[in-house]
Design a protein around this ligand. Structure first.
Ligand code: HGY
Ligand code: MN
Ligand code: MN
Length: 413
């Protein structure tokens, strides 16, 4: 029996090292927030690398892709991830999926392997939600709503500045929508970003489903006053109200919603001085679960608690929901293709849900979608110390290659 086709590991490594230098931080990671100069530089690099032998495409949502056309093919199998990062992020989140996808296309082209579907290695815009959240993949899947653009998670100013830098027109973003009938599926290689594979000593994760999440901005309004002369009993301290709510969020999730996680990642007080009682406190809140009902029940409870904590401090509270992603299952055919590919390479697998969000959760709504995880050492991610053994990156790319061939050959021309 022929050994399975393998990617060119040296070429993948040289791409990974070149890309890691774009937006590199002193701490050893990368900072390439969506449509920032560093992100645009990474996209220019991708276009140049892809142009060597493949067709390059940029759609109205800025999604960048390399295309390997196949004679007579009517559908396209998408594979890829995202080149944008969180601020002060790591080198592997998203990057390894885009580079492995590009390497799969080059390997199949060099092997002169003819498939019944086109292959497209794609880098989606703003997966991380610095601007909107899964902006490019939601636009391609036809899920992007005007309301998400009017009230984006990262604020209107950041969105407008990013689109201007990238030369993208907000009014054209939705034109990136693809006809689901034109797609044969989507596969994404990604780091796990959690500790399970690393702890289990297993090198390939087969994702069964991806968590849903809800994102909000909360604003507590109190009364600014002199920090020295105002008796404690006469204060309407927005900072205390918000802080009490943040502590309550953790308590409620730990005690009543063990299937959820919640995070307050940003918080500001205004006017913001040692000697002024905060008039306003604004903070983010994001909570996630694979259980859609739990998300809605937790949302109800937290909104009630925000009101009661505000009242205790004689403050007012307002909120704005800025993201709403539902849990999605990965397609059985995609999971089977990944499992068969890993088995053919003698690689042990672990089937598992994803606690992180991904572009795959947009694509899962319109085409058979699957994800392959590779281990994150100590489960660290969204941090410069994010690290995956290089052998696992190569193995993940080879499992992606085998899964692509299996999913592609399930189609007729
Ligand atoms: O936030 C996430 O789960 C992903 O890294 N965007
Ligand atoms: Mn990611
Ligand atoms: Mn991420």
């Amino acid at each position: 029996m022929m050994p399975p086709l393998q990617i060119n590991a040296e070429r993948l490594r040289s791409d990974f090292e070149a890309l890691s230098r774009i937006g590199a931080t002193a701490e050893g990671g990368v900072s390439r927030p969506a449509l920032s100069e560093a992100h645009l530089a990474a996209r220019a690099w991708f276009r140049e690398r892809a142009a060597a032998g493949l067709e390059v495409n940029v759609d109205p949502a800025g999604n960048h892709s390399a295309v390997l056309r196949q004679p007579g093919a009517r559908k396209t199998l998408l594979l890829g991830s995202h080149l944008d990062s969180v601020p002060q992020g790591g080198n592997y989140d998203g990057s390894i999926g885009v580079l492995a996808a590009l390497e799969v296309l080059r390997t199949i082209k060099e092997a002169e392997l003819l498939l019944p579907v086109n292959l497209e290695a794609i880098d989606f815009t703003d997966e991380e939600g610095t601007l909107v959240g899964a902006l490019g993949s939601e636009a391609l899947a036809g899920l992007l709503k005007e309301v998400a653009l009017r009230h984006p998670r990262g604020g209107r100013a950041a969105l407008e500045a990013g689109l201007a830098r990238a030369g993208l027109k907000e009014s054209h973003l939705l034109e990136a929508r693809r006809d689901p009938q034109s797609l044969a599926g989507f596969l994404e290689l990604h780091i796990e970003q959690g500790p399970r594979l690393d702890q289990a000593g297993v090198s390939i994760g087969v994702v069964t489903g991806i968590v849903g999440s809800r994102s909000f901005w909360f604003t507590f309004e109190g009364r600014a006053n002199h920090a020295g002369t105002t008796p404690m009993s006469m204060r309407a301290d927005a900072g205390v109200a918000a802080s009490a709510f943040v502590v309550a969020i953790r308590k409620i999730v730990l005690e009543q919603f063990p299937q959820c996680v919640a995070t307050v990642g940003q918080m500001t007080f205004e006017p913001g001085a040692f000697n002024i009682i905060p008039a306003r406190a604004r903070h983010s809140l994001e909570f996630r679960s694979v259980d859609g009902d739990a998300l809605e029940n937790l949302k109800t409870l937290l909104l009630e608690r925000a009101c009661s904590e505000a009242k205790k401090q004689e403050c007012r509270v307002a909120w704005e929901q800025v993201a709403n992603w539902n849990p999605v299952a990965m397609h059985p055919a995609a999971q089977a293709a990944i499992l068969q590919s890993a088995k053919a390479q003698g690689v042990e697998t672990l089937s598992m849900p994803s606690g992180a969000g991904h572009d795959a959760q947009s694509l899962a709504h319109i085409t058979p979608t699957g994800m392959i995880f590779v281990p994150s050492v100590k489960g660290i991610s969204h941090h410069p110390d994010e690290y995956t053994e290089w052998a696992h990156c190569v193995q993940g790319a080879n499992v992606l290659l085998g899964a692509v061939i299996r999913m592609a050959t399930q189609h007729e021309r």
